[in-house]
Design a protein around this ligand. Structure first.
Ligand code: UDP
Ligand code: MG
Length: 318
């Protein structure tokens, strides 16, 4: 018996692209079931992350039309990562294996075949890795690749150029469930779950329709979240900086006193510039500490990452 696959797709204001995506996924799923690669009652699960447009309407219509499509509606917008989590934890009630992908078809749907091959060969996690980013603009490409490099330099175990297109076996998702973090960064957590993992390479395409739901502001907060959730190296950096500055400040003080005593410079000139420098650095250090304190605060609340408002289950496929 082939395993039951769930393709989980988070959607936020995706009414433009959703019909195209649904069609594409339906073709893929039919091909996979016809070939006997996955069970006949496999499904596509769309998660509506509190969209303000007609996304949920489209999902409901798809669900009525074809039992292949399931839908989960979150009570409000909780962000891509939480939406993904909601989808995976809902799907795992029936699925043997889950593939997550974005709604915009930027991830090559055909890479799913190879992912499933690796899964049947014994891998529990298969990462979809972008071999090229030529379809992303220069800015997106540079910032995204820079982000992975910073993460790696900080000692966080992330797969370079892997976003959230990945396959996970049931036990890998069960493992993920045991991580009770609120500050969610799946790309960092999934490698921590362990088990055998593989990579599948694909070319990242352009959005099939609609616009990116990740404006610069969201991207920056996502990157800061990722770094502060997994690495305390910035805190070590603060300590080193503070130590070096103390030594420099002390040396500067002696130099200033000497120079002022010799009437070479007016005393206050140096004091002013030194004050500006140290105030700036102190504030920078404090704000990094603040980020971690804030994280802790959010974690201690144990807020639920998402609330499901409605779940449209799939039916028998005709
Ligand atoms: N998304 C989401 N909630 C959000 C923002 C985005 O569920 O608050 C979904 C979005 O619908 C898409 C995926 O996350 O399926 C990735 O978003 P997008 O394609 O806009 O990001 P980009 O590819 O530009 O980084
Ligand atoms: Mg996209």
């Amino acid at each position: 018996m082939a395993d039951r696959l769930y393709i989980v797709v988070p959607c936020y204001n995706e009414e433009q692209v959703l019909p195209i995506t649904a069609q594409r996924l339906k073709e893929k799923m039919n091909a996979l079931t016809d070939a006997g690669t996955v069970a006949a009652d496999s499904r596509v699960l769309f998660v509506d992350d509190g969209s303000k447009d007609g996304t949920w309407k489209i999902i409901s219509a798809l669900n009525k039309e074809d039992g292949l499509f399931e839908g989960v509606k979150l009570s409000r917008n909780r962000g891509h990562q939480n939406a993904l989590l909601a989808g995976m934890f809902t799907a795992i009630e029936r699925a043997d294996v889950i593939i997550s992908m974005d709604a915009d078809l930027q991830d090559d749907v055909d890479a799913a075949d190879e992912m499933l091959d690796r899964y049947y060969d014994g891998a529990d996690v298969v990462y979809g890795v972008r071999s090229r980013r030529d379809k992303d603009g220069f800015f997106k490409r540079t910032t995204a690749e820079g982000f992975y490099k910073v993460m790696q330099a900080l000692g966080v175990d992330v797969v370079f150029n892997h976003a959230d297109y990945r396959l996970m076996s049931r036990r890998a998702v069960e493992g993920l469930k045991q991580f009770k973090e609120v500050n969610l960064f799946l790309r960092g957590i999934v490698p921590m779950v362990g088990y055998r993992s593989e990579k599948v390479y694909y070319r990242r395409g352009e959005r099939a329709a609609g616009e990116s739901k990740y404006p610069l502001k969201k991207m920056v907060s996502f990157a800061v979240d990722g770094i502060t959730s997994f690495s305390v190296k910035p805190l070590n950096f603060i300590f080193t900086t503070a130590a070096v500055l103390t030594v420099l400040g002390f040396a500067g003080l002696i130099a200033t006193i000497t120079l002022a005593a010799l009437d070479v410079i007016p005393f206050w000139g140096i004091v002013l510039s030194a004050m500006a420098l140290f105030t700036g650095l102190t504030c920078a250090c404090m704000s990094i500490v603040g980020l971690y304190v804030g994280k802790n605060y959010m974690e201690t609340k144990h807020r639920p990452p998402y609330i499901i408002e409605e779940h449209l289950k799939g039916g028998d496929k005709d």
